[in-house]
Ligand binder design. Sequence first.
Ligand SMILES: CC(C)(COP(=O)(O)OP(=O)(O)OC[C@H]1O[C@@H](n2cnc3c(N)ncnc32)[C@H](O)[C@@H]1OP(=O)(O)O)[C@@H](O)C(=O)NCCC(=O)NCCS
Length: 152
Amino acid sequence: MKPAILIRSVTANDLRTIFEIENQSFGNEAFNKRQFKYLAKSPTSHFVVAEIENQIGGYLILTTRRNSKLLRIYSLATNPNFRGMGIGEKLMNYTKDFAAKQLFDTISLEVKESNSAAITLYQKMGFVSTGKKMDYYGQGQHALVMQLACKV
Ligand SMILES: CC(C)(COP(=O)(O)OP(=O)(O)OC[C@H]1O[C@@H](n2cnc3c(N)ncnc32)[C@H](O)[C@@H]1OP(=O)(O)O)[C@@H](O)C(=O)NCCC(=O)NCCS
């Protein structure tokens, strides 16, 4: 039987593990601790973790702007020890449900064009590429913009 995945709001106690996952996932492009602390408190972000077997299996940060119907996936990563177990998909389905409940009309994200695991996940969830941001992650490291129109 697959282990259960529970999504809940982030707490201050989670930040150390989240920071470890962030570093394992993004290396020198990782957010720093201060940024996570800010995002955990910011009224314009929605920060959740996925728990699996009583450990943090991943996290998701959504951001919003006042008077905007666009919900942005600001950060998403899963614990390398628990990849391929459906956590990324669960967090994406959570995002879709959140967007529908809060009446957003579009979910948008940037992803490095070389990040085939993430792009495959987003395509599986119905996202399509709508543009490209040149040098977004540094010289020669372009981002794809991917979006999903929400059902109303
Ligand atoms: C991308 C990432 C979030 C996927 O998380 P995950 O928990 O392993 O994903 P899931 O187990 O839910 O997989 C769901 C789908 O994603 C795709 N996928 C996941 N890992 C993949 C891989 N290594 N290669 C290709 N497709 C992959 C598949 O379509 C998979 O569906 P399937 O199992 O039916 O084939 C994870 O690899 C990660 O954290 N990477 C580093 C951080 C990152 O790149 N974040 C996104 C930044 S934009």
